[in-house]
Structures are given as C-alpha cells and as structure tokens.
Design a protein around this ligand. Structure first.
Ligand SMILES: *[C@@H]1O[C@H](CO)[C@@H](O)[C@H](O)[C@H]1NC(C)=O
Length: 375
C-alpha cells in the first residue's frame, strides 16, 4: 500500500463524493456537516490503512512478508534477521512464541528428528510433511501470541515467515519446480536450493561434491521459474523467495563459489548463501562482491567463525541462521535426562513443570478455544 493507492481507495468512497457534490447546492450549515463527515471518513480510511502504509508485514502472503523483512534489514531500518532453525511443529512453535521474526526449516533437523544423518535419506514427501507441521506450529504460535479471539486481543495475528530447506531439489530441474510448488502450498515463504550432487550432505562435513557450474545454474533457474509460475497462478507475492546456496568453496575453491553466487543473482535468485566460508576475510569478501540479501550460517563447532549478529550485519549479511542449536540443545538435555532415569534419580532439575509443558504444546490455548465455542 502506497500513498497513490491510498488516495485511489479514498476516491472510491461514495460518501465523500456525495458530500462534496451536495456542498454546491445547500445552505452553509448543511455544507459544514457534509464537509465534517467527509473529513471523518478520510481519517477513518487513513487509520484503516496505517498498518500497511508504514510497511508493516500484516496481511500479506508469507513470501511477501519475508521480502519486506529482507528489505527492512538491507535498508538499515531493522537489525539482521535471526533464524533459529526449526524442524517440526513443536520447534516452530517455540521459535514463534519466543518472538523471532522469521525461521528456517533445517534439513539437518528434519533428518535428525527422523533418526537419520543429514545425507538426504529422507525423501521430498517427508520434508514436505515437516514443512506442513512447521506451518501449523507457526500459525498456532501467532494466534496464541495475539490472544486471538480473546477480549484483550493485542492485534492481528502474524505467522512468521519460514524458509524451507529444499536441499538439491530431490531430482532434476523438474523435481526442483515441484519442490517449490509443494513448499509454497505448505505456506513456506522461501526455499533454499543448493548445488551439491544428490544425495547431498551437511555443508560442514567431509565428502561433499557439487554439480558442474552450468548444472547448478539450471537448478537455480528452475527454482526461480517455479517461483514466478506460482506467482502467476496464485497472485502477487505468493511465489516463495529463492535462496541459492553453493557448496563449491571446499571442492572448487573460493573464487568458483563467488562466481556461482554472482551468477545465481543474475539468474534472479532473491538471496544467496555461500556455505562454509572458513575465515572472516572470506565472509567479508563474499559480502563485498555479491549483491542482494545474504545468509550467514552460524553452525556451532562448524568450519565458519561464529560472530555476533551485529558484526555479521556490519559485514553485509541480512540473515543469520542457527541450524543446529535447537536440535543439539534438545539432544543434550534428553541425554542428561536419560542418564538420570537410568541412575534412578529424580529428573525435576532437568525439566519444566507439568503446567509449563502443557502450555508450550498448547493446552492453555485449547482450553480457551473450547470455552469460546461451547454451546
Ligand atoms: C524483530 O524485528 C523488530 C523490528 O525490526 C526488531 O526490533 C526486533 O529486534 C526483531 N526481533 C528479533 C528477535 O530479532
């Protein structure tokens, strides 16, 4: 919504036209009443449009919401976008309830939660099913945060946008396009596509290989085409933003990786991701030479230096992803709890109260909803 469309919509208000037309033929006091009425209508109209007027993210499709976040950060109006990565309904809920502005569905996490390493053993349909759970978790968190349907409701609910891990696209370029469509239908705001040879593996482990330069470009081209085709079919702002990732730094060198990112941008990807830079210098050079929004992957104990968010933003990064933190933290905590059970010791120090656990999974909200629809 910009000023021009605002005035267009004001122009459409019949009441306003009516009152200005009738002003010509009536007495001064009636004219005053009509003018007063017209001004009231104008003020109400401006108030109604205020949330969108000031570039807030209310009431738009997830990809458009993500686009606005990226723009706000890159124009210096907002801090770097923190993406604690989720992998199921519960972790998505936790990220949403904690008040983050966006999240990322990690393939490492989805694989891990299925009991597998991140070596593409889980199929597209399992990833899609996880994306659906993530979307549900994000919606339920948003509805809970604004106390939707309750007397002290604080504002319209806004489910935070999520970028889904599309790995290699699960096949050839046509599979890439189907993956984009599937994630879009699941409510994902963006999709990451990468240039590893399938089956891919985590970007910070040994044994990676990438497809040749031209094949990588075709993959990203297919993803961007699918984004545009989705938008053509379902409306402006609905096509998931494409995050193009290269893993070629380790296999083909830093210069090759930079060239791939530059070409991804020329093809039309919305964001890039140079995986596993090994020094601050490489991170800085990537930010200097590649245009557009960029993602830093803050994988603890991985091969990239872990830097504070403000420093990453200073360097030129738009987003900082934390791919393993939730998975790793929960594994640690579960292992410690298992040890206590094995030793026959009480577990109270390691866990939440029953009331807190119930609340996190949504019992509190459920009870209120039940009350709301009671006959
Ligand atoms: C969310 O965005 C707002 C507005 O830019 C910002 O002030 C806030 O710090 C962000 N929240 C987080 C957790 O990053």
């Amino acid at each position: 919504m910009n000023i021009k469309t605002l005035f267009n919509s004001i122009e459409k208000i019949g009441a306003l036209r009516y009152s200005t037309a009738s002003m010509k033929s009536t007495t001064p006091s009636v004219r005053f009443t009509h003018a007063y009425y017209a001004i009231c209508v104008l003020v109400v109209e401006i108030l109604l449009h205020t949330p969108t007027l000031f570039a807030s993210a209310f009431g738009c499709p997830p990809p458009e919401r993500l686009r606005r976040l990226l723009h706000a950060t890159d124009s210096g109006e907002a801090p770097i976008i923190l993406l604690p990565c989720c992998y199921d309904g519960l972790t998505a809920r936790l990220v949403g309830l904690a008040g983050f502005n966006a999240t990322f569905m990690t393939g490492f996490g989805v694989s891990g939660a299925n009991g597998y390493p991140d070596t593409q053993l889980v199929s597209f349909n399992e990833m899609l099913s996880a994306a659906n759970s993530v979307a549900e978790g994000l919606s339920s968190a948003a509805l809970e945060l604004v106390k939707y349907g309750e007397p002290d409701q604080t504002g319209p609910p806004v489910a935070i946008p999520c970028i889904a891990d599309g790995d290699t696209g699960y096949g050839n370029a046509i599979n890439v396009k189907r993956t984009v469509f599937g994630y879009a239908r699941a409510g994902m705001a963006g999709m990451m596509i990468e240039d590893q040879v399938a089956p891919k593996r985590c970007g910070h482990v040994a044994g990676k290989s990438v497809v040749p330069f031209d094949e990588a470009m075709k993959r990203v081209q297919a993803a961007c085409d699918a984004r545009d085709e989705y938008e053509a079919l379902f409306g402006k702002g609905t096509g998931p933003l494409i995050l193009a990732r290269t893993d070629s730094l380790i296999t083909d060198g830093f210069e090759d990786a930079i060239q791939r990112c530059i070409r991804f941008r020329e093809i039309g990807c919305d964001m890039t991701f140079l995986e596993a830079p090994q020094s601050v210098e490489q991170m800085e050079e990537y930010c200097r030479r590649v245009s557009g929004p960029k993602l830093a992957n803050m994988l603890e104990y991985g091969s990239t230096p872990i830097l504070p968010p403000a420093e990453l933003q200073q360097m030129g990064y738009t987003m900082a992803a934390y791919p393993l933190t939730l998975l790793s933290a929960s594994i640690k905590s579960m292992q410690e709890s298992l040890d206590l059970i094995k030793e026959g010791k009480p577990t109270y120090d390691k866990i939440l109260s029953f009331a807190e656990t119930k609340n996190v999974v949504g019992f509190g909200k459920y009870a209120k909803e039940e009350e709301r629809y009671k006959c």
